[in-house]
Design a binder for this molecule. Structure first.
Ligand code: ADP
Length: 798
């Protein structure tokens, strides 16, 4: 059936909730009612049993206590009804007006009662009949409605026992008071155990039932109100949490999938709630998805076919492109490998012809048709069209069926014409035209590069020969201190270092030029170099040229000149001084000797001897000074070095012993004569050996090792080599340059004049020789004297 009103999810939910709540209220109200009724019944039952217990107690008291006492007290035929009849007493007690408010009725009745008040009514007779019918039945209780009122009735059967027989048995034995009061007809002739009557309590329950109804109603009302409040709260939450959220979901579907989302305007949808609408939307959505999937599958199948077709085309195109790229790469490679333009052209022509399957290829220079290159036969001249000059200067290639003519150009300059020839007609396309144009440009670039490279190589070769031709070491460095280039002198120099290699040479150069960009350094072998660093401005200072020049000779000559100048100056001073001192000394000595000859006094003689000794010592110093300053006549007569060395060493052995040192001579036997007199040789050797012995003097005591002086004599081609080495104190590095200076001495006053080495230095130089000094690695000093050999000199003059 078509519904007229739309039922939203909310209204459905609340209708259901309302029905549920109503059912709950009814259920609880009925339950409460039944429970209260049960309570009321229980109460009535308890109250009735309480009343009956009271009745029972009264009767038991009459029967067991009061009646026996009365029998004892009264004559045997006397009977006091008010005190001895259980029924009478009970009825009298229970009809007390004080009990009326308990709203119950107590009745002790029977059928055919002696006392007319105890005669049972219709209701009571009904109970009596039921007890009589069932002798075992003792107790009955039930709710009854009588006269429009509801009662709870509980009934107990009363049966006769032996004590009842006195009044209710044989009439002849019954008390006469009874017969007088009630007559002799009724209430006699009963048996023990026979039904005497009933005790009945009837309670009115109408008032309690009214209370139960009120309570149930109030409960139902309160419960309904509570449910109503709860209902409203749930409605609020439901709307906020469920309906609102569902509406949002529907809204999202409307927005995202307008075709599939539930439409409120659709007539059949207007009868549905939000969830049904949503489900409907999802169904449409799922259907749409399924349809889309089917469509997609169809598209995919079609697409696969199309892709396969296109892939074949693309693969062919890609192969062509790859071949083109390979052609360009090969052209570049041939540029790298070719040494000349001709080589490049031949290699390029072959590559291009093979790429396009041409049978021939040629290149002709723009300047002359005779300047050409051909492949495969270099001797075959190209077949050129009449207007080939116009073609070369234009930019468009001419692509015929059997030949292509492609202008070769770079940066707008025409260089020549590249021609390809086929035996069979060849296809032509726009792509091929572009490709041909690109090949023309590429060839032009390659040829331009080749020319540039040619120029560069020529320049490079020129530069290399210039650098190599330079006698001085030269290096090219980069800013990161790497050696980029080094000429042969630089490489040779680097090989002679303690740590061979250009890197060590660079370190030494950098140390020397650190502050100013130029400086000198001396190698351990004594060579001195002047180093300069020039940053190349064209490279922005990233390339630096390091140039070296050996200045050993210059520095030696400078040193000698300085030393000579110093010697000359000191010599002149010394000569003047000696002259001034020598004469007074001669006078002092002369007079001292005269005085000594005339003096007899021993003390005076001794004093004069001191004066004479010191004057002579002073004269010796002055003589040394004069020797030093005076130009000595150098005798160049040949001297025997071995003999002089042997004699000098022998002579100085005692001195060596007194110093606690050993003095050795190692002399080669075949030393030719020297161009120096024996006197000069003795002077030189004595001086050097004496200095060495001074240096090892007392070494035993001071350092616990034996002093040792070695004199080694050897000869080379032109010079004899005299070495005097000791293991003594050595010379301080800062003194090495000063030991040959006049008056330089480290010995204590009176022991050294500082003239010994300076004198022999002058002597050796005069003889055409040289002297060097250095400290020995193990300690001690080493002097080397080079003196020219007499023989060689003669040979040379010859
Ligand atoms: P003198 O011997 O009078 O001092 P020299 O000219 O002979 O003068 O020597 C100069 C100085 O050279 C000496 O004082 C000494 O310091 C140093 N010298 C020379 N030979 C040696 C040596 N073998 N060992 C150490 N020092 C030396």
């Amino acid at each position: 059936m078509r519904r007229l009103m739309p039922h939203s999810l909310q209204s459905k939910f609340f209708t259901g909730l309302f029905l549920l709540m109503t059912g709950l209220v009814a259920f609880f109200a009925v339950g409460l009612n039944i429970h209260l009724n049960r309570l009321m019944e229980g109460e009535a039952r308890e109250k009735a049993s309480l009343i009956l217990a009271q009745v029972e107690a009264v009767q038991r008291y009459v029967r067991n206590t009061l009646r026996p006492v009365m029998y004892k007290t009264l004559p045997s035929d006397q009977f006091v009804l008010e005190a001895m009849s259980a029924s009478y007493v009970t009825r009298a007690v229970m009809s007390d007006p004080n009990l009326e408010h308990d709203s119950f009725v107590y009745r002790r009745v029977t059928e055919g009662a002696r006392n007319p008040d105890s005669e049972a009514n219709a209701l009571e007779r009904e109970f009596i009949d039921r007890f009589r019918a069932d002798p075992e039945l003792k107790h009955l209780e039930e709710f009854r409605e009588t006269d429009g009122e509801r009662y709870f009735i509980t009934v107990y059967a009363q049966r006769y026992d032996a004590s009842c027989m006195h009044c209710h048995g044989d009439r002849s034995e019954a008390p006469h008071e009874l017969i007088e009061r009630y007559g002799g007809e009724r209430g006699f002739g009963n048996q023990v155990g026979g039904l005497a009557g009933i005790d009945m309590v009837r309670l009115k329950v109408e008032r309690d039932l009214g209370g139960i109804r009120d309570a149930t109603l109030s409960f139902a009302l309160l419960f309904a109100m509570g449910i109503l409040v709860q209902f409203l709260i749930i409605q609020g939450f439901f709307h906020r949490l469920v309906v609102h959220s569902l509406n949002r979901v529907t809204g999202v579907m409307h927005r995202l999938f307008p075709d599939e989302a539930p439409l409120q305007t659709e007539p059949f949808l207007s009868q549905q709630d939000e969830i049904e609408g949503l489900l409907h939307g999802f169904e449409l959505f799922a259907e749409h998805l399924r349809q889309a999937r089917v469509d997609l599958k169809e598209y995919a199948a079609t697409l696969e076919d199309k892709v396969a077709e296109r892939t074949v085309d693309l693969t062919r195109l890609a192969d062509d492109r790859r071949a083109d790229v390979a052609l360009f790469v090969s052209l570049l490679n041939s540029l790298n490998q070719s040494q000349t333009k001709q080589e490049l052209l031949l290699a390029g022509l072959e590559l291009i012809a093979r790429r396009f399957g041409a049978s021939r290829a040629s290149y002709v220079c723009v300047l002359a048709a005779t300047d050409y290159a051909s492949w495969p036969d270099p001797g075959v001249p190209p077949e050129l069209p009449e207007d080939w000059h116009d073609l070369v200067t234009g930019i468009e290639p001419r692509m015929g069926d059997l030949s292509w003519h492609i202008p070769v150009q770079t940066s707008g300059t025409s260089r020549g014409l590249l021609s390809l020839y086929w035996d069979k007609p060849r296809e032509r396309s726009d792509r091929l035209v572009d490709l041909a144009r690109a090949i023309g440009q590429q060839m032009g670039i390659a040829m331009e590069n080749m020319e540039a490279l040619d120029g560069l190589l020529t320049q490079n070769a020129l530069l290399s020969s210039l650098i190599e031709g330079t006698a001085d070491p030269l290096m090219l460095l980069d800013a990161g201190d790497a050696v980029l280039l080094a000429n042969s002198p630089a490489v040779r120099l680097a090989e002679t270092l303690d740590e061979p290699g250009l890197a060590s040479l660079l370190d030494i150069i950098q140390d020397a030029t650190r502050d100013t960009g130029c400086g000198e350094f001396e190698l351990p072998d004594g060579r001195i170099f002047l180093a300069h660093l020039y940053p190349l401005e064209e490279t922005g200072g990233r390339r630096i040229v390091a140039s070296l020049r050996e200045v050993t000779m210059e520095r030696r000559i400078e040193d000698q000149m300085v030393r000579n100048e110093r010697m000359v100056a000191v010599g002149q001073l010394a000569a003047g001084l000696a002259h001034e001192i020598n004469n007074p000394l001669g006078v002092i000595l002369c007079y001292a000797e005269l005085l000594a000859a005339s003096q007899k006094n021993g003390q005076a003689q001794a004093d004069l001897a001191v004066i004479i000794r010191h004057t002579e010592m002073a004269q010796r110093v002055v003589r040394d000074l004069l020797d030093f300053s005076r130009p000595r006549p150098v005798s160049l007569e040949p001297g025997d070095l071995t003999a002089m060395a042997s004699a000098t060493v022998d002579l100085l052995q005692p001195r060596a012993k007194s110093c606690g040192a050993e003095l050795h001579l190692e002399a080669a036997t075949d030393i030719p004569p020297l161009r120096a007199s024996d006197d000069a040789l003795e002077h030189i050797l004595t001086n050097l050996i004496m200095n060495a012995l001074d240096a090892v003097n007392g070494l035993e005591e001071k350092e616990g090792r034996t002093g040792e002086v070695r004199v080694i004599i050897a000869a080379g081609d032109r010079f004899a080599d005299i070495t005097v080495a000791d293991n003594g104190t050595g010379i301080l590095p800062e003194h090495l340059n000063r030991v040959f200076d006049p008056f330089f001495s480290t010995k204590e006053a009176g022991k050294g004049t500082g003239l010994g080495l300076s004198v022999i230095y002058s002597l050796i130089r005069d003889l055409g020789g040289d002297i060097e000094v250095e400290n020995r690695p193990g300690g001690g000093a080493l002097f080397r004297v080079f003196l020219p050999l007499a023989v060689k000199e003669n040979e040379e003059t010859e």
